[in-house]
Ligand binder design. Sequence first.
Ligand SMILES: Nc1ncnc2c1ncn2[C@@H]1O[C@H](COP(=O)(O)OP(=O)(O)O)[C@@H](O)[C@H]1O
Ligand SMILES: [Mg+2]
Length: 593
Amino acid sequence: MNSEKQKHTTFSLLAPLVRTYLTPYGGQVAVALLFMVIAAGATAAFAKLLQPVLDKAMIGVQNDPESVHVIIPLGAMILASFAVRGISTYISTIKMNKISMSVVADIQRDVFAHFMTLDLKFFHKYPSGQLVSRVTNDVSVMRVAVTDSLTGIGGNLLTLVFLVGVMFWQDWRLALLTFAIFPFASGLVAHLGRRLRKISKSIQGETANLMEVLTQIFQGIRQVQAYGMEERERERAGEAVMSVRNLNIKSARIANLSTPINEIMVGAVVFGVIVYGGYRIADGELTPGGLMSFIAAFSLAYEPMKKLAKLNNSMQQGLGAAERVDEMMKQTSSVLQKENAQILNVSLPSITFDDVTFGYDEEESHALNHITFTAEAGKVTALVGPSGGGKSTILSLVLRFYDPVSGQVMIDGTNIRDVTFASLRRNMALVSQDVTIFDDTIAGNIAYGLAGATGDQIVEAAKAAAAHEFIEKLPQGYQTEVGENGVRLSGGQRQRLSLARAILRNAPILLLDEATSALDNESERLIQNTLEKLQKDRTTLVIAHRLSTIQHADKIVVLDKGRIVEEGTHAGLLATGGVYARMYNSGLIDSKE
Ligand SMILES: Nc1ncnc2c1ncn2[C@@H]1O[C@H](COP(=O)(O)OP(=O)(O)O)[C@@H](O)[C@H]1O
Ligand SMILES: [Mg+2]
């Protein structure tokens, strides 16, 4: 009933996946398949051997004790069939598991690599818990599906085919009778499979939601405790847990519905076989051994049939997850590198905004309107203005986290859209408002600024950022682990680490977004010196509130509501008596917001 609504057919989803991810393992798949054929053959051989066992070794020996010599060879052949089946099943399963684990790892790497190509807009749209869930949880569900199908389809299908062959060999009329019932069973299985896939997709969605809720709560644990929201968060997490539980229960109910239905059908078939087969023996058309072998083949075929039905379930669940992963792989970045992008090579560049307009969302009002200004080469340009005025957005555009809606950003006259991301960003060091500290050592965090930095360089950068002293006092010095988001550090210490990171980068363009806002006066004075030295041979764009930082700037650009309202030097702007002068006189500039 819902087959029309389904966007993807099983095949259209499966085919590209197989093509991309299974092809590299073609040789190994072939080996595994070979062993599956051997295992299936051994199973069928066992079923077939039951006929001579019963007719010759049992009934035959009962009628004619002389023929007792056939017992041992027949028994040995049965033993051999089991041994061959066991060993080759083991080999093929191990091989297939290895292949499926590799395939899943390949997919995980690809999904993550794809995320790394996407722009900030994407990351703002999908919260981090969601993305973690897509790489881990969805892909795990796919792993189960891939493992089950690779180990299951080949082996079970082959075994089934061989056993059905034995059944037809023994008595084709009986076999036809048995399989008349099949279309009903397979139609039912397909229907259940479709429902499962839909539910599985919802389960993945709810699981992602759960992870998202948990990530948020853990990251904001200080706020949760400070505001006494534990109870509310417990309820929120509880709700997310329960909706995953409820969907899982529903899924289990549907997945297992095939069991009672199948059992009843099989009972009916065995009943029919015994009755009809008994009459055929009475007519002399079939030996007891033949019927025995037939029933054995059917009983043995029942297992793979059941497994194939279950396999459809796990495959459908996997496809639900695959659809979600596919959705991510189809995301594209709105900020793209040109194919013939040049390498940006500058030593002391100017940065020019030429009539730049930009908005975070198409619908909403623009965060920047017709911004035109130049940050002169080797000079310090300060961006000032009320919160929300668009200061941080300007830095984001310089880094090309986003592209302007109209106008252009130029470095030394080159539109930054014409150069490679790597070369553009190599020329910049950013100290942002929200300092990011990775769960690594102090040294590792500073070294993030420059690949392959030496220990001496790291210490030097830390000294310049007035961080060396506090680092030395930590239990393991530079090797101290700082915890997620640097929770073991104070705000000022985190800021000094991120300054050290920027200093180490030694890039010609310095972007400082309230880089000293979390510092006490003492460390600020220390860093101010460093920053002034640092700014000497660089082009600096600085966002600050403190008078000390602003008044020494070569140029001050005043932003309000996404527009430039004033531009000039400290003294010049004070003399004009405009917005800047009002901010200055009301003490707004010196405050930390
Ligand atoms: N990621 C974002 N998505 C949507 N709107 C944003 C985003 N970041 C900032 N804004 C909006 O853009 C405007 C300018 O923000 P911002 O540049 O951060 O201001 P400032 O740094 O001057 O305080 C604000 O109105 C803010 O709400
Ligand atoms: Mg800001």
